[in-house]
Design a protein around this ligand. Structure first.
Ligand code: MLT
Length: 267
């Protein structure tokens, strides 16, 4: 992986494919890292695209939070991502954000809409947390700090994968990816997501082409709900990915690669 220094911290990322082509940036969800997009990186680079895939600050191989650092927020993640892309001369880009990566995309679209030439919203939602969801975030943050990321992974796994993927290699890969995230990163990400604003009003104002993708069995972002959000987004399409729950890039890699590639090539 390559390394950049953003606000004195190390952020790691891959940047592959021809520099002259429009950059496609793949942003992972929670509590994951860039590996969740590994199939799409290969597929999109093979078809001639430049693909940048970061471990967001604190996650994966990027530097973990240190005592005294300001707490993570969706805005701070978006600012760090924009700075990384500015340093790599990769703006404007087409950004695909998976779940929490979509929340980062909403923050970036609010801060700097011109940074985005297109947006793929993958298994994500614009709404803010309600009181019950905020309480669940606090419980999850406490669990991460007390028992580590593995305990969080065990609690999440059944909710994020379609039933057929809950045993076998996909589930093992997701379990490993979730379990290796630093506990303080996991806790702060819960708190950042708890405090994110409602992005529903933003949808009508998004100036760039938008594609919504969701797994046909995504319990967190069900297709009927995603179609309603797509209807609020001018010109947007919604595509349902078969045989997948909430983690479509890893549950049905080929379908997600094709959907993203078709969107990017149509811009
Ligand atoms: C994710 O996949 O990033 C999370 O499920 C997002 C969330 O918990 O809201």
């Amino acid at each position: 992986m390559q390394e950049a220094t953003i606000d004195a911290d190390q952020v790691r990322f891959t940047d592959e494919g021809p520099k002259g082509s429009r950059p496609v940036v793949l942003v992972h969800g929670f509590p994951l890292d860039s590996n969740v997009w590994r199939h799409q990186v290969v597929g999109l680079v093979q078809s001639g695209h430049r693909v940048i895939c970061p471990d967001l600050p604190g996650f994966g191989q990027s530097q973990a939070p240190k005592p005294g650092d300001p707490p993570m927020s969706l805005d701070s993640l978006a600012e760090a991502l924009r700075e990384l892309l500015r340093q790599q001369e990769a703006l404007p880009c087409v950004l695909a954000g998976l779940s929490m990566g979509g929340y980062v995309a909403f923050a970036l679209a609010r801060q700097t809409p011109g940074a985005l030439a297109g947006l793929v919203l993958v298994d994500t939602k614009p709404t803010a947390d309600n009181d019950q969801q905020k309480q669940a975030r606090n419980d999850m943050a406490a669990l991460a700090r007390a028992e580590g990321a593995g305990a969080v992974a065990e609690r999440m796994l059944g909710k994020v994968l379609a039933e057929p993927h809950r045993v076998g290699p996909v589930s093992q890969e997701v379990m490993r990816m979730m379990s290796r995230q630093p506990p303080e990163t996991v806790a702060q990400a819960c708190e950042a997501m708890r405090d994110r604003p409602d992005s529903t009003p933003l949808l009508a104002t998004l100036p760039m082409p938008v594609l919504w993708l969701t797994g046909e069995q995504d319990e967190l972002c069900p297709p009927e709900q995603v179609r309603e959000w797509a209807a609020l987004t001018p010109g947007a399409k919604a595509t349902v990915i078969p045989d997948a729950g909430h983690l479509t890039p890893i549950e049905n890699p080929a379908a997600v690669t094709t959907a993203v590639r078709t969107f990017v090539d149509g811009l």
